[in-house]
Design a protein around this ligand. Structure first.
Ligand code: CP
Ligand code: NVA
Length: 348
């Protein structure tokens, strides 16, 4: 996604959240005529979205099923044990058949090549619900959460050396203002975002997104878990490398951090590596600036973060999880509901 597309999706997510709220709260009286008119877009009315999930999910599944219903459509959950795919039928044929009977596919796959194959052969839009390399809808929810909590991030401490020269960033906060892309979103100052842990799908999307929005990434991960070459290629193509510090020392990574992120050290499909991974990541949690906030895509395991932080006042993890719904709703509305309607968002 381009920066304008990201900003449009975030603004639209906030709009989806605000407009859906009156419809989700218990009604003690009949909604006024004005409120009856303010209902969520029904762009999925009479449409079906296939949720093609080969891995488990709580948030992504709930976000998609509930938001499709708010948009007036039907979600069709197709787990790996439900259909012929992978046992009696190829991805190519499945893409043609599922895409022939639905208006969009939201797919959670193992290897990233699987989603590329689906997109290549599907006649309808295919969106990524998580792959080995990327988790784009998570990044949208994280960004919406940061914008909504912009007031919590005080101005940078003058005694802390800036970790990045923002003037040289490709997309500065000024140019974002010029583009008038964040009109209804609370403005977020450029943040220093630390990520401590495994270089997996969630981090990869942060690497290709945050620097383009003017934020600096500081990552600590053991050298052997450094992001794979295809991710670095994309990071460089987008000019994001200038906004990324990468090392192995978590204490170094959290220097000047406004937000500290982590993700599981053992992603789905890596269960056999558990013992080695726990050993390699030992000692990874660390501390940061006085005002730092904590974020995690969930599900969380005890190894990555103590309860004290996870359930403490610094933690934004539950608003972050809730925002999966509104960002997914905005994504479905714009990319599936309005696809082929004369106002599509370019998917490339
Ligand atoms: N964060 C996330 O994608 O959670 P699920 O795996 O539960 O969908
Ligand atoms: N990296 C994790 C993210 C889960 C939402 C995984 O792939 O399992």
């Amino acid at each position: 996604l381009s920066v304008p597309q990201i900003n449009r999706l975030l603004t639209h997510s906030l709009y989806c959240k605000q407009i859906s709220k009156p419809w989700l709260e218990p009604q003690t009286q009949k909604p006024s005529r004005k409120n009856q008119l303010r209902m969520p877009s029904q762009s999925l009315f009479n449409k079906t979205v296939a949720l093609l999930f080969s891995k488990r999910s709580t948030r992504t599944r709930l976000a998609s099923e509930t938001s499709i219903s708010l948009l007036g459509g039907r979600a069709l959950f197709l787990g790996k044990d439900d259909i012929q795919l992978g046992v009696n039928e190829s991805l190519k044929d499945s893409a043609r058949v599922i895409g022939g009977m639905t208006e969009g596919i939201f797919a959670r796959v193992g290897d990233h090549a699987e989603i590329e194959e689906l997109a290549k052969h599907s006649p309808v839009p295919v969106l990524n619900a998580l792959s080995s390399l990327w988790h784009p809808t998570q990044t949208l929810a994280d960004l919406l959460t940061l914008h909504e909590h912009a007031h919590l991030f005080s101005l940078p401490d003058p005694n802390v050396e800036p970790v990045q020269d923002y003037k040289n960033m490709e997309t500065s906060i000024k140019s974002r203002k010029r583009e008038k892309m964040l009109t209804s979103l609370p403005e977020l100052r450029p943040l220093t975002v630390a990520y401590i842990g495994d270089s997996a799908n969630v981090l990869h999307d942060m690497l290709v997104t945050y620097p383009r929005l003017g934020h600096t990434m500081r990552v600590a991960s053991p050298a052997k878990y450094r992001a794979p070459p295809e991710v670095w290629k994309r990071v460089e193509e987008l000019g994001c490398d200038k906004g990324i510090w990468w090392g192995e020392d978590p204490k170094e990574a959290v220097k000047g951090a406004d937000v500290v992120f982590t993700d599981t050290w053992i992603s789905m499909g890596q269960e056999a590596e558990k013992a080695q991974r726990l050993k390699d990541f030992e000692g990874y949690p660390g501390g940061a600036n006085p005002n730092w906030k904590f974020m995690h895509c969930l599900p969380r395991k005890q190894d990555e973060v103590d309860d004290e932080v996870f359930y403490g006042p610094r933690s934004l993890v539950f608003p972050e999880a809730d925002n999966r719904k509104w960002t997914t709703m905005a994504t479905f509305d714009l990319f599936i509901g309005r696809w082929n309607s004369g106002e599509p968002l370019d998917l490339k």
